[in-house]
Design a protein around this ligand. Sequence first.
Ligand SMILES: *Cc1c(COP(=O)(O)O)cnc(C)c1O
Length: 377
Amino acid sequence: MEFRDLKRQYQVLKPQMDAAMLEVAENCNFISGKQVTELEQQLAEYVGVKHCVTCGNGTDALTLVMMAWDIKAGDAVFVPTFTFFASAEVVAFEGATPVFVDVDERTFNVDPVKLEEAIEQVKKEGKLNPRAVIAVDLFGQPADYTKIEEICKKHGLLLLEDGAQGFGGKIGDRTACSFGDAAATSFFPAKPLGCYGDGGAVFTNDDEMADYMRSIRVHGKSPADKYDNLRIGLNSRLDTIQAAVLKVKLQAFKDHELESVNRAAKLYDEYLGNVVKTPVVPEGFYSSWAQYTLILDSKEQRTHLQKELKEQGIPTMVYYPKPMHLQGAFADLGYKKGDFPVAESLCERVLSLPMHPYLNEEDIRFVANAVKAALNL
Ligand SMILES: *Cc1c(COP(=O)(O)O)cnc(C)c1O
């Protein structure tokens, strides 16, 4: 069994996928081919925002936003401590200071009450200039943007949605990657919408910001002339071949994958809901299930379960074993163990099960029975 079965997906999509990739090879339009702009239009339409600016990966997508907002030394950017490293890395990369915030144990996402406390604390200390919040759609579920948008507005902060894992999620009829002032996503192969290598995109309704990001993703070029450089930028484009792959995958995502992955989650819930802590999706929220993550009672129980499942040929992953505030790279920020008890406890107790749109009921029953057997239930 695969943790995320990209081989099964390729077998299902093979005819369209092979044709799409061969077309790029035949036309040799490897950089900035028409598929890139076509994809950007389709993504913007799906998400319901004005602009989609694709780029080299999800980390660069976050960075493009940091650069567009001129985030710099002396600025504070609020980030949940339970996330993938890149969410906070991009802040420090600009010379600014990530200010970590604990998460809600039920949703794994940033706790809005603690977010506001952190903002007020930084304001009171007066050492850093509070500029922005990066909220993360962890494991496919949007953060609580209704509350977070209100907090950002009240405190005059910009809001970036890190939707690297969140593409396809929803709150009511609002789609993931449309929240806040801008959103970033990743097309890393294992994400809800993945390509065959690295890729990423920024979404925004801000015309000026979109123009700026289209310039800095190509060495700060002017709109008219590639060899007229207006500012210092990056080399971070989405390859044509990845855009071609993504056009096929986006169609499948819309046609059946997002629905299938939600059906798989529901089956897991049914089989496991009363034997172990399964993921909570609050009323009105919809997840794209980048991960299906259990919370065990203890680290020992998790280690035991992981070992037993491995013996049955069932791969599992720990997302994430270490919170941001305890990462060596952020040691100079002065955080210590005990600062964010919810995230620290989750790091010891979470375990993600195989999850993807091509899991069938038999696979899920097999995994669920193995979980029950390992936990003696
Ligand atoms: C994967 C991921 C990123 C970075 O995306 P890459 O394409 O790997 O650079 C950023 N934030 C989160 C939450 C992620 O899961």
